[in-house]
Design a protein around this ligand. Structure first.
Ligand code: SF4
Length: 380
């Protein structure tokens, strides 16, 4: 299949691996963060760590939209959903994210009307079919999904649909990357940049990473060879003493992004002063809210939203996983109390979560074997 088979060719992967091995400086340790959860899944599904020298460590970043939603926002959404005549709509993976008193699925089982949708437009259809109910779309996601929410709101306004609103939780990738770079506990040598977000925002907005923080970033596709080639490009920059933004995913990502999608976002939404992220705390200018011109479609103005803030469960170490400080299997409850069937934290829920990736594909990966060997050595 075009654009798939040629990016999964084992011989080509071995050639790139040989190039990587020839690029690294002997004795130097490299820590590269793949920002996007989709990349994390490819890495573990296809065993890409096994193609890398021992000195190259991949660190998983915060680019999973479900994972970064704090418990308080789930509780706020639940509060709206329990108002009379409300139908809450949500993407499927969010349905299982635990709030303080259970997930949307649990609430649904108790009679709260929360429905799974595949797109914001599905919510608009539900609104048209239920004119005596208030339909609230729980909007989440990075810049990838924000345009579809913005375009849906625009359509609702154009069609005069008055019983539809959005509980807006759209977040921005670059403030999160900046927060990670500002974290003194974090030592990263470079980034594998998110492919889907970049389809919308392009590559220019990442320049601060190279220019202000001196780290290379390569925007990458999602097939195994895309990621290996992107790792090679980052390592080559480091070897040559360069720090630049490069675009490996040129078959999809335009350098300047998608101006129509950006214009739709800008028309309907504006940047919030602050937003709380799971694990990363409150980050300035890191999320979107509805503009005053579209206040009629803003669930936070239409309903009384308590603005709940709750600490994560004590056992949950999603914050450390999202910052790349811990590997998923280092969380005490990984694979025991916390599994995809009984998730305690968000990283085990989403198809893009690092813990789900490890659980499904990578429970015995090189890093774990290496760590186990290290423990054995230290016991001797
Ligand atoms: S194993 Fe569960 S609780 Fe631990 S970090 Fe992963 S998702 Fe969070």
């Amino acid at each position: 299949m075009r654009f798939v088979d040629e990016y999964r060719d084992a011989d080509a992967a071995r050639q790139v691996a040989a190039g990587i091995a020839a690029t690294v400086t002997p004795g130097r340790q490299y820590r590269l963060m793949e920002v996007c959860g989709g990349h994390t899944h490819t890495i573990y599904k296809h065993g890409l760590e096994d193609y890398l020298p021992e000195t190259v460590t991949l660190v998983h970043g915060p680019g999973c939209p479900v994972c970064v939603i704090p418990m308080g926002r789930v509780d706020d959404a639940m509060h709206i959903a329990r108002q009379p005549d409300v139908i809450m709509t949500s993407f499927g993976d969010l349905m299982r994210v635990p709030g303080s008193h259970g997930s949307f699925l649990d609430a649904n089982a108790e009679g709260t009307d929360i429905r799974m949708v595949y797109s914001p437009l599905d919510s608009l259809r539900i609104a048209k079919a239920n004119p005596d109910r208030q339909i609230v779309f729980m909007a989440i996601g990075f810049e990838t999904t924000t345009p579809s929410t913005a375009l849906t709101v625009r359509r609702a306004a154009a069609e005069g649909i008055e019983n539809f609103s959005v509980f807006c939780n759209h977040v921005l990738v670059n403030p999160a990357i900046r927060a990670i770079l500002d974290d003194p506990d974090q030592r990263l040598d470079g980034f594998i940049g998110p492919g889907h977000v970049s389809c919308v925002i392009g590559c220019e907005p990442y320049r601060f990473i190279a220019e202000q923080y001196g780290r290379p970033i390569v925007v990458s596709g999602f097939e195994p060879l895309d990621i290996l080639r992107s790792i090679h490009l980052v390592l080559r920059q480091l070897a040559e003493g360069r720090c630049e933004v490069e675009n490996q995913y040129t078959r999809v990502v335009p350098w300047h992004g998608n101006p129509r999608a950006l214009a739709a976002i800008d028309e309907v939404m504006t940047v919030r002063p602050t937003f709380e992220w799971r694990g990363l705390g409150t980050i300035a200018g890191s999320a979107m809210r509805m503009r005053d011109e579209y206040a009629a479609f803003d669930a936070e103005r239409r309903f009384d939203v308590p603005g709940i803030r709750v600490a994560d469960p004590k056992a949950c170490q999603c914050g450390e996983v999202l910052k790349g400080v811990l590997k998923p299997w280092e969380c005490k409850v990984f694979g025991t109390a916390c599994t995809p069937e009984t998730p305690i934290g968000t990283c085990m829920v989403s198809a893009e979560g690092a813990c789900a990736a490890y659980y499904n594909y990578g429970r015995f990966t090189r890093s774990r074997v290496r760590e186990a060997a290290g423990l054995e050595m230290s016991r001797r």
